[in-house]
Design a binder for this molecule. Structure first.
Ligand SMILES: Nc1ncnc2c1ncn2[C@@H]1O[C@H](COP(=O)(O)OP(=O)(O)OP(=O)(O)O)[C@@H](O)[C@H]1O
Ligand SMILES: O=P(O)(O)OC[C@H]1O[C@H](OP(=O)(O)OP(=O)(O)O)[C@H](O)[C@@H]1O
Ligand SMILES: O=C(O)c1cccnc1
Length: 488
């Protein structure tokens, strides 16, 4: 590489830097701005998403700052004025971020992160934040869908070879663990994040020794815990009998943990293999399956009565096979004007779902105290005090005739303090705590929101004040436009 280092500050779209230059030239770069990060549509047709990505966001904020070579590069390639480059070189992140913790259930149109910072700083972090959150939330959600159908079975992440390169493998497997996976085959992810690592062996080992019997014996000589891959030649006539033969010969010298099926009719093979193992006295030996699995195939296998106890899942999880991206966005909701006052802003669209909601907001999960389930999420303006409310009116923000009143409830505020005045203040839980948090959250949801096909729509409502505020701003803008049209 031509440059001495590689910070993440240029891991952004050029237009961000160009906008910052515009703000700087116009001397508005220091104005206070409030942005919100959210997505408009749940991925995979799922009824909820699981937020992941905060750890990397915090790392990014901790390392915010252009390096010497970033500036050199911009000087050579960008045609930026020297004073602007000097400004960038000294730029620090001084803003405040509130947001959800990883493992939080999140729904469409609710702010996951709220960024308040001088305009230039808030603008510069848009692309990396979206890059991180969109990918990791997508994978955590896919993993959670798979867990929804596998229940308490062991589910292992095997995707590194098929992931979209190194970072996707590492952060993707971390997201999968948050979504409920039991372990990963990626050893570095284990080292970096404390995720349990585990694995079996590949066909290459059988091919190396030519026959399964020898290969299993050699593996057993080196490893006490054995899961034998049984499909290299003929699963039922050769693989399973050889695994049983070796296990019988070695007795207590090994733990015959399981066999792995990796091709063919997994339902049929698993049923026959189960019987063979049971008949040989290996009732505790587990059957693991892999081969292009996802929640749909697993559901089918289960409906066929497959005797599979553990699942190895790669490609379709780590590449989010059926949905390439989560469409998270980062929208300006409030900006300081020339008089130092905050002015709430909106982006209008013909599609009501794309109209942004102005103002600094908080998100609450409204939990019914009688049954312990969530009634919905409630987005209120920052200054509203909903904890004092005894009877809460919830209504659909687009189809406003859909209404309900909630009385005996707890309003859990979902945003926590992540960064204050440029300093990361959020204390990161362990990855196990984060996984447990996601699992606990899922218990709040009625099962109608959790089914993997055609789930019910979980309510995400605006408070009356928030809704009125939005309507008033839309009204003002429409008035201004029509007055301008009239004077033409
Ligand atoms: N009983 C079953 N019901 C539904 N789907 C199954 C069943 N058994 C296997 N599958 C799935 O069907 C697909 C079969 O794919 P494919 O034809 O590539 O496998 P294969 O020919 O058995 O093995 P390979 O090509 O990997 O050697 C896989 O996604 C697998 O998970
Ligand atoms: O199928 P996935 O969900 O992606 O799980 C990972 C796959 O990786 C391995 O296969 P390998 O790379 O040896 O290739 P294969 O597809 O020919 O089995 C393993 O045997 C699984 O089949
Ligand atoms: O450990 C395994 O069995 C494994 C790991 C990665 C990919 N496929 C299988």
């Amino acid at each position: 590489m031509k440059y001495a280092d590689d910070s993440f500050m240029l891991h952004t779209d050029l237009y961000q830097i160009n906008m910052v230059q515009t703000y700087w030239k116009d001397a508005v770069h220091q104005r206070k701005a409030v942005f919100e990060l959210y997505f408009r549509k749940l991925p995979f047709g799922n009824g909820y998403a699981i937020f992941a990505g905060l750890k990397k966001v915090m790392e990014f904020i901790n390392n915010f700052g252009f390096s010497q070579s970033d500036i050199e590069y911009l000087r050579e390639e960008g045609n930026y004025p020297e004073e602007f480059l000097h400004y960038l070189q000294n730029l620090k992140f001084t803003g405040t971020i509130r947001g959800m913790r990883e493992g939080e259930l999140v729904f469409a149109n609710e702010p996951i992160l709220r960024i308040e910072a001088p305009l230039a700083e808030a603008q510069l972090i848009e692309t990396p934040l979206l890059n991180i959150v969109n990918f990791q939330t997508l994978i955590a959600t896919k993993a959670s869908r798979i867990k929804e159908v596998t229940g308490e079975d062991v589910v292992m992440e095997f995707g590194t070879r098929r992931a979209h390169e190194f970072d996707a493998a590492i952060w993707g497997t971390r997201a999968a663990y948050i979504g409920g996976f039991s372990a990963t085959s990626n050893v570095r992810a284990g080292k970096l994040f404390g995720i349990p690592v585990s694995g079996t062996h590949a066909h290459a080992m059988i091919q190396t020794y030519r026959d399964e019997y020898t290969a299993f014996k050699k593996y057993a000589a080196a490893h006490k815990d054995c899961v034998f891959l049984v499909d290299t030649y003929d699963t039922l006539r050769s693989g399973v009998p050889n695994a049983i033969k070796v296990a019988k010969e070695l007795g207590d010298q090994i733990n015959f943990i399981g066999i792995r099926l990796d091709s063919g009719d997994l339902a049929y093979f698993s049923k026959v293999a189960r019987k063979m193992l049971d008949d040989a006295g290996f009732k505790e030996t587990k059957i693991m399956a892999s081969n292009d699995l996802d929640e749909y195939t697993i559901m089918h296998l289960k409906s066929q009565g497959a005797k599979i106890d553990a699942w190895g899942i790669g490609t379709k999880l780590i590449t989010a096979y059926d949905q390439a991206a989560l469409g998270g966005v980062y929208k300006l909701v409030s900006i300081e004007n020339e008089n130092g006052e905050m002015v709430d802003t909106i982006k209008i669209s013909a599609n009501p779902e794309k109209v942004t909601t102005p103002g600094r907001k908080r998100v609450y999960r409204i939990v019914n105290n009688e049954n312990g389930h969530a009634e919905g999420d409630y987005i209120a303006l920052d200054e509203e005090n909903i904890q004092q409310t005894e009877r809460l009116k919830m209504f659909h923000p687009v189809h406003t005739y859909i209404t309900k009143f909630v009385t005996n409830f707890t309003a859990i505020e979902l945003h926590e303090s992540i960064v204050e005045n440029g300093k990361v203040v959020f204390e990161e839980p362990t990855i196990q705590e984060t996984q447990a948090y996601a699992k606990k959250n899922l218990k709040l949801l009625w099962c109608e929101y959790k089914r993997t096909m055609n789930p019910e729509e979980y309510p995400v409502d605006l408070s009356q004040a928030c809704w009125d505020h939005k309507r008033a701003i839309i009204h003002d803008i429409k008035e201004k436009i029509s007055k301008k049209m009239d004077t033409r």
